[in-house]
Design a protein around this ligand. Structure first.
Ligand code: HEC
Length: 432
């Protein structure tokens, strides 16, 4: 009896599904014609063999089993990953789909994910083999590979990599490449050089950003701010190489030592990774020197169990400056970020709003048009944290949490790339 009812019901569903498909067949988007171009353009950078995403979406055979999941992730905006709310066009690396493309994907799934005519398929995307920035002038690598087991948690690993540069170098483009990207969650390359200090075009606002054991008002040295040195370049799932505009470059001082901070995650398959950074030097001294700066609030304190603690930091600009990009960084308890620029005339503007911060996506937000920051402006950053049981990523809601490198500790950290409006990097005072 039960099986009869089930089969009757099943039959009814089949029939109605058949009618629905007939009605929409003519207008339904197909994989070959409508969907493949969207996946090639917006998904394939990560969803192809050897990249960070768990499955390839290059072919119909690859994508079909994921149709339902694609609908779910695309409709909620979880994919493609992007966490800021500013309008399209504000950031040059905005990954969000247009409404039209979103609708095409959802209509395709709702119509039963038809393949269509293979003749309609556009040419498969070509991805640069090897370095995306072109052939580097110098490649600096971990001295030897690091073994990642199939399972288990791996603590952050730090590898020292000397540059052996005997003169200052101007870097126009840089890229991080890992030999086993499937186990590399993130890489941060820091640099340290003898006597290198904080750039003086902005200073922490006291007392919002208190000093660490320093006479009041004295800026912390860069090394203290960023641990193993000055942030040079980072890479997280989906991040792109750092390519500066023509005439812009970043300086790596003579004698600099790099530190690779490696966050490895087991992928179910043992792997051995050796990560490198490739550098392309500017052919001539740049018109604009790009600086990487950081600011933090090292005195953060998150009470045990608190669902919403706001932690502020702020800097004040002492020169006319253009900010080209930002990266907000907290750990597993971070839930949102907001950056406000307060102009000298008192006007205030939200320049970056990340309402759903996700530790798994460390994003440089790159302004399509660099942000103009007149001397005397203040940049304020507010991070919110959820240290309650409701945060599924929370390692320990019972702990009072303070600053620390480990993901079970916390940070309120911002890195930014910027240039100072007055020229002449050759005489730059920045890294004396
Ligand atoms: C910048 C890299 C990147 C881009 C671009 C990207 N994805 Fe993803 N995607 C990932 C990663 C990494 C994961 C696995 C981790 C996660 O879920 O956050 C993922 C997970 C998914 C999942 C969930 C798979 C599961 O386990 O259920 C779907 C579905 C998906 N992506 C679809 C898409 C679609 C469709 C696009 C393009 C419209 C897209 N993604 C663009 C990196 C990316």
């Amino acid at each position: 009896m039960k099986s009869l009812v089930t089969s009757l019901l099943g039959g009814a569903i089949l029939i109605s599904a058949g009618i629905g498909a007939d009605l929409t067949a003519a207008s339904a988007p197909t994989f070959s014609k409508d969907v493949a171009p969207i996946l090639y353009k917006n998904c394939a950078t990560c969803h192809r063999p050897g990249e960070a995403a768990p499955m390839s979406l290059l072919t119909y055979k690859d994508a079909r089993p994921w149709a339902k999941s694609i609908r779910q992730f695309v409709s909620t905006g979880a994919m493609p990953p992007w966490h800021a709310t500013q309008p399209h066009g504000v950031f040059s690396n905005d990954r969000r789909l247009t409404e039209a493309d979103k609708n095409t994907l959802m209509n395709w799934v709702d119509a039963g994910a038809p393949e269509g005519d293979a003749k309609d398929l556009p040419p498969a995307p070509q991805f640069a083999e090897g370095w995306q920035i072109g052939k580097p002038d110098v490649v600096l690598s971990m001295a030897k590979p690091f073994d990642v087991a199939a399972k288990g948690t791996v603590q952050y690993q730090y590898f020292m990599v000397p540059t052996n540069f005997t003169e200052d170098k101007w870097v126009q483009a840089m890229e991080i490449r890992s030999s086993a990207p499937s186990v590399v969650h993130h890489v941060i390359v820091y640099m340290k050089a003898p006597g290198m200090q904080m750039v003086s075009t902005f200073k922490p606002v006291v007392p919002v950003m208190p000093q660490r054991n320093r006479p009041n008002g004295e800026a912390p040295r860069r090394e203290e701010q960023a641990g193993p040195g000055l942030w040079l370049i980072g890479k997280a799932p989906g991040s792109e190489p750092m390519i500066f505009q023509p005439g812009e470059a970043m300086k790596i001082p003579a004698g600099a030592q790099l530190t690779f901070q490696m966050h490895y995650t087991a992928s179910g398959k043992a792997a051995s990774d050796q990560t490198s950074v490739g550098l392309i030097f500017a052919k001539e001294p740049p018109q604009r020197e790009i600086h990487a700066g950081t600011f933090i609030n090292p005195l953060l304190k998150l009470p045990a169990g608190a669902a919403d603690t706001a932690i502020d930091s702020a800097i004040e600009f002492t020169e006319d400056t253009h900010i080209i990009s930002f990266i907000p960084h907290t750990h597993l308890r971070g839930k949102s970020w907001e950056y406000r620029l307060i102009y000298p005339d008192g006007r205030s503007e939200v320049v970056l709003d990340v309402p759903h911060y996700d530790f798994n996506w460390q994003t440089w937000y790159t302004f399509a048009k660099p942000l103009e920051v007149p001397k005397g402006s203040r940049l304020e950053a507010t991070a919110h944290y959820d240290n309650s049981v409701n945060n599924p990523a929370n390692p320990d809601p019972k702990a009072e949490v303070r600053w620390g490198d480990q993901t079970w500790e916390e940070m309120q950290f911002t890195a930014l790339n910027y240039y100072v409006d007055h020229p002449a990097p050759a005489n730059s005072t920045a890294q004396k």
